[in-house]
Design a protein around this ligand. Structure first.
Ligand SMILES: Nc1ncnc2c1ncn2[C@@H]1O[C@H](COP(=O)(O)OP(=O)(O)OP(=O)(O)O)[C@@H](O)[C@H]1O
Length: 452
């Protein structure tokens, strides 16, 4: 098998640059066959995603030519300790396959991020109140408050805690009807329901058929009068029925402009739990926890260096750590202070400068299309998908207005709005393959400066 695996790797050399081969293919391990699956070992999830996204089909073809029983490939993440092997999430959409019951049966698991649990949340002085209130609201003991409003600047753990509440309900009291929704989704859903004469269904969903409402990014409601009214009714009804509510926002209700007085007063009555930027020790603990989650041993000096570099946004801190782990694992060099310095410098310089050009380039190289294709009137399925993803990511990563994104793509404002909403719906729904694609591109964008 060793010889065949070597041949497969050799075959993959064509079509890849030397750098790509050295980074991603030569570091792949063949762990053998399990039934009709070839099992491959990757260094980390970034490695898995690259291989899945770029060479899965070619790998499968080459493997099937040598081992006729092979029908698919499973990826495992091999930790630095070779005895620790973790199964990567199974791929579901690559290549033709038989439709199974699971494909048509309704998906009951809500889309809570499995990483965002209470166990994975590091508690420090800056967030202990928010953590404690979320835990209490998710617990089965009576809690004096049935609604919380988490307020913090971006990247400080609001979504993490909201998902942790959802995850806990799902794992411990799965009968509880938990609705997780961003304010923008809530608004879109309501507008859609109004247009299609389904508003009663919408009301039932959020008022009657809901035990826990997790509602993110309340600031989106600013200036949207009609939707604010609907939200007031929803909150009143849920609170009257003794249901639980967790809202998040980047400002406290009194500081969000253009909220009507009813909504402002409802939200001000909710227990407001602020999250402040974490102190140095908490940041070190966060870095360590994230590294441990990825099975990576991090030298203390590296954890401290990263925690010292990024002080106000845990998301950025995480990006730096991911960059360090990715570069170390993929290049096969140990994690060192020098590597951390190099990566954090590159990342911190590049993150704020991510513009539409970077996004368009990354989307184009992922989908195998050109920027001109994206701007053209052509409408193939793949091309439309790439265009929608690019528009969506421009909204996510830049502060460009809809009008300026529309200009960049030679489209109208409403086309961009439609594309962004459509993408959001797909991502909130069950389109796992699109989700993976968007995640993959996002990570490429965030760590792009490391692997030019
Ligand atoms: N105390 C913490 N412990 C562990 N991870 C944390 C902590 N705080 C934040 N994070 C991580 O930081 C990242 C960003 O957090 P999150 O998405 O919850 O931020 P947010 O406050 O919702 O940001 P935004 O307002 O931009 O949506 C996540 O990966 C989350 O796991």
């Amino acid at each position: 098998m060793v010889q065949e695996w070597q041949q497969i790797k050799e075959e993959l050399k064509s079509g890849l640059s030397r750098g790509q081969y050295d980074l991603w293919v030569s570091t792949l391990d063949c762990l053998g066959c399990d039934d009709d699956q070839l099992v491959l070992g990757c260094k980390n999830w970034l490695h898995v995603e690259w291989v899945r996204g770029k060479i899965h089909d070619r790998l499968l073809q080459a493997a099937a030519a040598r081992f006729p029983e092979v029908r698919g490939i499973r990826y495992k993440i091999i930790a630095s300790d070779p005895l620790q092997v973790e199964e990567a999430e199974p791929e579901t959409d690559l290549g033709p396959r038989q439709i199974s019951f699971a494909d048509v049966a309704p998906e009951h698991r809500p889309l809570f991020n499995p990483r965002f649990t209470f166990d994975q949340f590091v508690v420090g002085q800056s967030n202990q109140f928010a953590y404690a209130t979320c835990r209490a609201i998710a617990g089965d003991q009576p809690f004096f408050n049935q609604s919380i409003y988490l307020v913090a600047n971006p990247g400080l753990g609001k979504s993490h805690l909201a998902h942790a509440v959802g995850n806990l309900f799902f794992s411990e009291r799965s009968g509880t009807r938990v609705h997780y929704v961003t304010s923008e989704q809530f608004a879109n859903e309501m507008i859609g329901a109004l247009k299609q004469d389904r508003i009663e269904g919408f009301k039932r969903k959020y008022r009657e058929n809901c035990d826990v409402l997790l509602l993110e990014k309340i600031e989106f409601f600013s200036g949207k009068r009609k939707i604010q009214d609907e939200l007031v009714y929803t909150l009143d009804e849920l609170l009257d029925r003794g249901k639980k509510i967790v809202c998040t926002g980047n400002a406290s209700p009194k500081d969000i402009p253009k909220l009507n007085s009813e909504l402002r007063s409802r939200l001000s009555g909710v227990l407001v739990a602020p999250i402040e930027p974490p102190d140095f020790h908490t940041r070190v603990a966060i870095v360590r926890k994230k590294a441990a989650y990825e099975n990576v041993k991090l030298p203390a000096e590296v954890a401290e260096f990263l925690a010292d570099q990024v002080t106000s946004d845990v998301r950025q801190l995480e990006s730096c750590l991911i960059g360090v782990m990715a570069k170390s694992n993929i290049l096969g060099v140990p994690i060192s202070l020098a590597l951390a310095q190099e990566v954090s410098q590159a990342l911190l310089d590049s993150l704020p400068n991510l513009g539409m050009e970077n996004i368009v380039q990354t989307v184009c190289s992922t989908f195998g299309v050109t920027p001109n294709d994206l701007r053209s009137r052509a409408r193939g399925k793949q091309l439309s998908q790439a265009r929608h993803v690019a528009m969506y990511l421009c909204r996510q990563y830049t502060s460009e207005s809809l009008a300026s994104i529309a200009r960049a793509f030679g489209r109208s404002h409403s086309t961009v709005l439609y594309a962004v909403r459509r993408m959001q719906q797909e991502l909130d729904g069950k389109n796992a393959s699109l989700k993976r694609q968007v995640d993959y591109i996002s990570r490429r964008l965030e760590t792009g400066c490391l692997f030019p």
